[in-house]
Design a protein. Sequence first.
Length: 141
Amino acid sequence: MNLSEIQSKSTSELHVLAQDIGVNVEGASNKRHDLLAKFLVFMQKKNDSVKAKGVLSVSKDGYGFLRTYSAGNTSIGSNGSSSDVYVSQSQIRKHSLRPGDMILGAVRAPKDGERYFGLVNVDTINDVKLVLFKIDSILKG
């Protein structure tokens, strides 16, 4: 399942989708972000990943965000949006990610106190599978 597809749905469509797949929406606030988080937690418990694709923007502190296209966020810029996906410093270093890279990977719901979805793993970098990307990087040395 794709995060931007889920985010493009209206709040009422999200409620219907969540109920259809068995997410317990009782007590869920009407905030989109909270509903999306419940949805992702449910998908993770089923070992079903939700993927996000976006352009990497890296802060001066070394962490980054995947700037995603979604409803209400149709341009990729430097201003943060709750639809953006947090990328840790360790992920950026581990995979030698650079600003402007197009990243596809699995995401998790925000933990308590967090505002953004988090990148769990990287599947592709600039539309090249991670394994092939690493081989190419080694060969270019």
